[in-house]
Write a protein that binds this ligand. Sequence first.
Ligand SMILES: Cc1cc2nc3c(=O)[nH]c(=O)nc-3n(C[C@H](O)[C@H](O)[C@H](O)COP(=O)(O)OP(=O)(O)OC[C@H]3O[C@@H](n4cnc5c(N)ncnc54)[C@H](O)[C@@H]3O)c2cc1C
Length: 306
Amino acid sequence: MLLNKEITEQLTEITAKDRVLLNEPLKAHTTFRVGGPADVFITVKSIKEATETVRLLLAHGLPYKVIGNGSNILAADSGYRGCIVCIGMDHINVSGTSVTAGAGAMLSKTAYLAYENSLSGMEFASGIPGSVGGAMVMNAGAYGGEMKDITSYVTLLDTESFGIVKLASGMMDFGYRTSIVRKRPYIVLEAEFELDRGDKADIKGRMDELSQKRREKQPLEYPSAGSTFKRPEGYFAGKLIEDAGLKGFSVGGAKVSEKHSGFVINTGDATAADIIAVIRTVREKVHECSGVMLEPEVVMIGDIEP
Ligand SMILES: Cc1cc2nc3c(=O)[nH]c(=O)nc-3n(C[C@H](O)[C@H](O)[C@H](O)COP(=O)(O)OP(=O)(O)OC[C@H]3O[C@@H](n4cnc5c(N)ncnc54)[C@H](O)[C@@H]3O)c2cc1C
């Protein structure tokens, strides 16, 4: 490992002793509940901490990856050789019809605060188990809404110039499960949402309705990373998988959910290798049956490939 004691101590000085964890299992930080140890796992709680941490890692040529809530990540069984930087700025402020949230704030909490302030527009995101930062990277969306619809500004750290960049939504290059952050060396620090005044009971009603739909349709009782594959244009991944006869298909502890074929779930003791084996078979068989090659939506960390 390239990270020596001296660098680890410097990381502790930038953040705090209890926020620099060595050989930290990634299964504790991903909703799939798989993943071996990261050499270092550090949680940053301010823009200054994020900037100084990344600056130090880059100065020493150390590999790093940023994560939010780990709800769209498949981490290798061998873990990650380098430093995982978890974004922990979780402030949420409401001012008039605008809501500003740190990249580490949970979407669910942000949407709930919007509701408490009678602000409508974020209901669709209330059941997505990610952070605001992860949602900006992925342009997370559900039930007809997408983050790009409500985002006004995003504050980013440019890890090349170490400048702070504030981009209007139109400059974010938002697309289906993607944004500029996937193409440029940016780290999301904060996002600002512009919402509409609404009726509190209606907002709550919509949130409850969507939450009920999720519980009925999605295997929330098992660890997963949500939809494993992107929706191919003109198709539904779940339907293609079902048509290929793969509903319930399993390898070790990883299984194509019987409740929603678009989800690969961890039935208890899955390894990343099990999950990858399921993903590979699904891609092959669906391609054979329909000619469509499914692309994983989940982001892989460590020595792992679909
Ligand atoms: C049960 C379940 C249901 C789900 N339902 C939906 C859904 O309806 N719609 C949907 O779109 N998604 C859904 N997801 C997937 C996931 O919640 C979203 O993709 C979410 O936006 C990921 O956020 P995160 O904070 O967990 O990001 P992570 O999984 O931690 O990271 C995802 C990617 O973003 C990067 N990243 C994270 N934070 C930052 C940051 N601050 N700066 C730079 N890069 C960063 C990571 O490097 C990684 O590439 C679901 C997942 C689960 C488990």
